[in-house]
Design a protein around this ligand. Structure first.
Ligand code: URA
Length: 246
């Protein structure tokens, strides 16, 4: 396997949350040594045969089919509808939220409640003000987890890990020009970071090779004492829209 291909593959496994790989050693009795994926990405040296888990010729329809009537984690227990994502499948810009709330769970569509209305306003209002002809259906919107967490709690690491594979496939299929991560859960899922939004926002990061901006989650902006953040979120969005659509 080519060195670059190996690096790419290892980064993919790390994105999926697989932090340890086991290598079969010939003629050595007992367990093969485990290696941290980070260490392997650093070194990317000897050929390691890894199974393909990024399907060839993947499509959004295929991903939705693979999700099926998902029972892979506990979130399925309380959900009404799986919220896969919506918008333009060939969008140049993808927004990633945390997970469905009550309205989204009922309708099966992302960002349709109060936070969703604010997100729509932010996208369409900023675009209009900046002279960019863009409406919400032109972008693609999805979440890290596709089922509503009980009481709208933050998704747990294992839930993010399991559902994250579908998010990565969605992004890999759409190949947008930029990604906007809404809030710290999306940032964590896409950047494998523990840093919060305040630290990450306002500058470009990368998910694989795709430029990624982190900004505040619209639910956070709905709280009356976060009005400063609102101004910053508008700035972030302006930066994103000009980068993608200029
Ligand atoms: N909050 C999210 O993170 N996603 C939604 O779809 C709705 C609210």
């Amino acid at each position: 396997m080519e060195r670059e291909e190996l690096r790419r593959r290892l980064e993919f496994y790390r994105d999926l949350g697989l932090t340890t790989l086991y290598r079969k050693e010939k003629a050595v009795a007992g367990a093969a040594p485990a290696k941290a994926v980070d260490a392997l990405v650093e070194a990317a040296p000897a050929p390691i045969v890894l199974p393909t888990i990024e399907p060839e010729g993947d499509t959004l329809a295929q991903i939705r089919e693979d999700i099926g009537d998902c029972k892979r984690c506990r979130l399925h227990e309380g959900r009404h509808k799986i919220v896969f994502g919506s918008g333009n499948e060939r969008a140049r810009l993808v927004f990633v939220g945390e997970g469905p709330g009550a309205d989204e769970d009922e309708q099966g569509l992302p960002f349709v409640g109060r936070a969703g209305q604010l997100l729509t306003q932010m996208i369409e209002g900023t675009a209009k003000k900046e002279g960019i002809p863009l409406l919400r259906p032109d972008v693609y919107i999805c979440n890290v987890v596709k089922c509503r967490p009980p009481e709208n709690r933050t998704p747990l690491p294992d839930e993010m890990e399991i559902c994250g594979q579908f998010l990565y496939r969605q992004l890999q299929v759409i190949q947008p020009k930029a990604i906007c991560a809404l809030g710290s859960t999306a940032a964590k899922a896409l950047l494998s970071t523990k840093d919060g939004v305040t630290k990450l926002r306002g500058r470009w990061h990368k998910w694989r090779d795709i430029p990624l901006m982190v900004t505040y989650h619209p639910s956070y902006l709905l709280r009356p004492y976060n009005q400063n953040a609102k101004r910053e979120a508008w700035e972030d969005l302006k930066t994103v829209l000009h980068y993608v659509y200029d």
